[in-house]
Ligand binder design. Structure first.
Ligand SMILES: [Zn+2]
Length: 239
């Protein structure tokens, strides 16, 4: 193949790689964000039992405080009972102690129910923790792959930019300008393969005579439809 065309094809390869890299630079951080969001939601759903357990634990602490308060209150009432002279007051205090005893009994029953529920829940919580640990490890591994990919972008960009600069020096200013002009008008693709008389850029048929010329001529020919610089490529051999 003509040297000029080979240079343009290599230049196109560099430009396409650079476009891909700059796209990745935008897309990969978005992908990581999405992964983090998804994982956070998943984690919240897995931690439902844990949250319920914490809720019951808080209720239990509250109940225990109530029991302590009632017990302390009863001790004080019993102390005061010894100093009371008036029978009516004495009876009222006995009633107060009785009410407190009843309430304390109810709260203690509630504590037992809570402890039962917590015992059942803790089994599920442990299982959930294992599940989450595994999922977290997978998540971190997947994230690491994308992060590594992202970290390689800068270095790859430098490599392709340097390669492009070397190639561009070998292409005449006129041809380079022409290539750039066509590329800008055609989604970043200025040079395109043609196979079986079809332009791979616009997918239109190339007239037979032009297709014949493309396979023989040393001229740089352009697609009559999309205007890209064409080259013949046997797609069966190259793939
Ligand atoms: Zn075309």
């Amino acid at each position: 193949m003509k040297e000029k065309l080979l240079l343009l094809i290599s230049l196109q390869e560099c430009d396409s790689q650079l476009v891909k890299l700059s796209l990745k630079k935008v897309k990969l951080p978005e992908k990581i964000c999405k992964m983090e969001d998804d994982f956070r939601l998943y984690k919240e759903s897995v931690e439902q039992n844990k949250r319920k357990y914490e809720e019951l634990k808080a209720q239990r602490t509250e109940c225990e405080a109530t029991v302590k308060k009632l017990s302390d209150g009863m001790i004080k009432t019993r102390e005061r009972l010894l100093e009371v002279k008036n029978n009516k007051e004495y009876q009222a205090m006995l009633k107060e102690i009785e009410t407190s005893e009843k309430t304390r009994g109810d709260v203690e029953s509630r504590i037992i129910v809570l402890m039962d529920e917590m015992d059942k829940l803790i089994v599920l919580v442990k299982k959930d923790e294992e599940t989450l640990k595994q999922a977290e490890s997978n998540h971190e591994k997947e994230k690491k792959i994308i992060e590594d990919d992202l970290n390689a972008i800068e270095a790859d960009t430098v490599t392709w930019t340097e390669k492009r600069a070397v190639l561009a020096k070998s292409v005449s200013a006129d041809l380079l300008a022409r290539y750039e002009r066509i590329r800008k008008r055609n989604n970043g693709i200025g040079v395109i393969p043609v196979w079986k008389a079809v332009c791979k850029g616009c997918h239109m048929n190339i007239p037979p005579q032009l297709y014949n010329e493309l396979q023989r001529s040393d001229e740089l020919l352009t697609c009559p439809n999309c205007n890209r610089i064409m080259y013949f490529q046997n797609q069966e051999e190259s793939s």
